[in-house]
Ligand binder design. Sequence first.
Ligand code: HEM
Length: 188
Amino acid sequence: MNNNTDIDYGPLAKLIGIWAGDKGCDIAPEPDGEEKNPYYETITFTAIGDVTNAESQTLTAVHYRQIVQRKSNNKVFHDETGYWMWDAAEGIIMHSLTIPRGVSVLAGGVYTHTKDTEGNSVLDVSASIDDKNWQIIQSPFMQKNAKTKEFHHQIKVGNGVLMYSETTILEIYGKLFEHTDQNKLLKQ
Ligand code: HEM
């Protein structure tokens, strides 16, 4: 592992720093339908250096911690951590995440260098229980009762603004549910 400060984080470079936003909208499953939770949050992205795998693959990595609070009562109701990783040789972005429900995800995607109309960089990653490369690991309880089947995450970042939109497809309460989260954050 190398912690030099002159490392090229590629498309992850713009993430590094502390971000805060209070325009969050969560749609979560309920036995009789769904609940909508307005939220605010802080996400801290920390550059941690690069790693070499099998003496041939080099990844640069950014660690993050996301703390999400309900507007209605200020309580933390989502706490997530993981890494974003950049494989410059293959042009691949990876996103690993863990949440304290007994669920972990390793999502991936090809970085297309796409910019949106405002000139923001666009990062897109996905995972699915049917994908052989980008997978979801979940506890026996969650596999049986609240199974995550797919995860899609898009970040648009540039000019001190970070917008994200996440869709987690769940099998819960006997049906498929689109659990979604989105927010707009400003660099602090
Ligand atoms: C900002 C991000 C997120 C927020 C605010 C959020 C919030 C919630 C809420 C409020 C529930 C309903 C259950 C409860 O009240 O505790 C829920 C359920 C769930 N979430 Fe999330 N979530 C987020 C992201 C994710 C992600 C990234 C995953 C997995 C990849 C995930 C997986 C699940 C699962 C499996 C459940 C079902 C458990 C249940 O409803 O009993 N969530 N989430």
